[in-house]
Design a binder for this molecule. Structure first.
Ligand code: IMP
Ligand code: MG
Length: 182
């Protein structure tokens, strides 16, 4: 799988060092409030697991499942909520966790939907944020790394459901994205 990458952007130690800082910042900000984390599956699985184990607060955890990519590298803006039971967010302090902020469609749709359920507060935490003009404005409160507008995989991030289990994050070779049959 390593051969499918153009280059590695963040290896495991770099990711873990950054998670130490993010977890410290989140723990400090929520030290007096009961935190409810809502993780966006599947991309945030590794991130969620490694980040939450670094937060020594009595938090609650829920997950949301959305489809916004349909196996391609571009989102068409449509965000479908897959789970049957929507997490209970009324009156809670919500922290949304997602793998990457790209066009903004996904997190904007999630934030909008959660806001209708009247939480007390909402913050957003992403591992990666692409430096680009977004289709929808989203303000992430915690960002692991800012990256260029390139397609990345690994550490939860996929291309057509592959590469999620890579322990590091890298840029996928462009010619692999061009061949849909992979
Ligand atoms: P957005 O709605 O365009 O912000 O995209 C958010 C979702 O698209 C993320 O949660 C990812 O699942 C997926 N995505 C966006 N960019 C990448 C990438 O570079 N690699 C893998 N998945 C990506
Ligand atoms: Mg995702």
């Amino acid at each position: 799988m390593r051969g499918d990458l153009d280059r590695v952007l963040f290896d495991e130690p770099a990711i873990h060092r950054r998670l130490d800082d993010m977890a410290a910042q989140i723990s400090k900000n929520y030290r007096d409030r009961e935190l409810t984390v809502i993780a966006v599956l599947n991309g945030s699985l590794m991130f969620m697991s490694d980040l939450l184990r670094r937060i020594p607060l009595p938090l609650k955890l829920d997950c949301l499942s959305v489809v916004s990519y349909h196996g391609k590298t571009q989102t068409n803006g449509e965000v479908i909520f897959k789970q049957v039971a929507f997490p209970d967010v009324v009156d809670r302090h919500i922290l949304i966790l997602d793998d990457i902020l790209d066009s903004g469609h996904t997190l904007a749709a999630i934030r909008e939907k959660l806001e209708t359920a009247k939480p007390r507060s909402i913050q957003i935490c992403v591992l990666l944020s692409k430096k680009k003009q977004r289709a929808r404005y989203v303000d992430a409160d915690y960002v692991g790394f800012e990256i260029e507008d390139e397609f990345v995989v690994g550490y939860g991030l996929d291309f057509m459901e592959r590469y999620r289990n890579l322990p590091y994050i890298g840029v996928l070779r462009k010619e692999l994205i061009a061949q849909p049959s992979g």
